[in-house]
Design a protein around this ligand. Structure first.
Ligand code: PNS
Length: 163
C-alpha cells in the first residue's frame, strides 16, 4: 500500500497524532511524519528542532515511521519523501472543513491525494493549542501527550509543581 506523509505543525505532537500514526501503520507500509510550518498559526511556540525531537520520541517505539522537518509545501514534501498520499486525522466537522479544502488544493496543485483517519473518540478533545496553553500556565498535560515526551515538554514549560 506504500508509504504516506503525515504533515502537521505538531506544536506539540500529542496522543491524537500518535493515534493517527498507529492507525496509518495498519493501512500503509510506512509513515513519514513531516514537521511543517502552518502560516495560519503564527502563534506556534515550539521551535522546529524541538517539535521534531518530541515527535521522534513519541514514535521511537514504532517501526516503519520516520520524522523529518520539511520547509515549504506539503505536496513538495510528499514528492521529496517519495510517498503516494497524505494522511490526516479528523476530530470533528471543523477539522473536516479545513482539511477538505487543503486536500482539494493538494490534489489540484500537486496531484497528491489525501486519506482521512477518524481520531479515537476519547482523544477528540486533544489539541496542541490547549496543550500549549495549559503547559504555559504550569498545568498538567500528561494525559494528552505520549509518556515518552513528558520530560521534553516539561523542560520547555516547567510544571507548577516544579516551580
Ligand atoms: O497541524 P496543522 O497545523 O493542522 O498542519 C497544517 C499543515 C502544516 C499540514 C499545513 O499548514 C501545510 O500543509 N503547510 C505547508 C504549506 C502548504 O503546503 N500549504 C498549502 C496547503 S493546501
Amino acid at each position: 500500500m506504500g508509504t504516506v506523509l503525515y504533515p502537521g505543525s505538531f506544536d506539540p505532537f500529542h496522543l491524537g497524532h500518535l493515534d493517527v500514526v498507529e492507525q496509518a501503520l495498519h493501512l500503509f507500509d510506512g509513515v513519514v511524519v513531516a514537521v511543517m510550518h502552518n502560516p495560519d498559526k503564527p502563534t506556534g511556540v515550539l521551535g522546529t528542532s524541538l517539535r521534531v525531537d518530541i515527535a521522534r520520541a513519541a514514535c521511537a517505539h514504532l517501526g516503519r515511521v520516520t520524522v523529518e522537518p520539511f520547509p515549504g509545501l506539503a505536496v513538495e514534501a510528499a514528492r521529496s519523501a517519495g510517498v503516494a498520499a497524505i494522511v490526516k486525522g479528523l476530530r470533528n466537522t471543523g477539522d473536516f472543513e479545513v482539511e477538505q479544502q487543503m486536500a482539494h488544493t493538494n490534489l489540484a496543485v500537486g496531484g497528491v491525494p489525501t486519506v482521512y483517519v477518524p481520531c479515537r473518540a476519547d482523544y477528540s478533545h486533544i489539541s496542541s493549542r490547549f496543550i500549549r496553553d495549559i503547559a504555559q500556565h504550569g498545568g498538567d498535560v500528561s494525559s494528552m501527550i505520549p509518556s515518552a515526551t513528558v520530560s521534553l515538554l516539561a523542560a520547555q514549560f516547567p510544571p507548577r509543581s516544579a516551580r
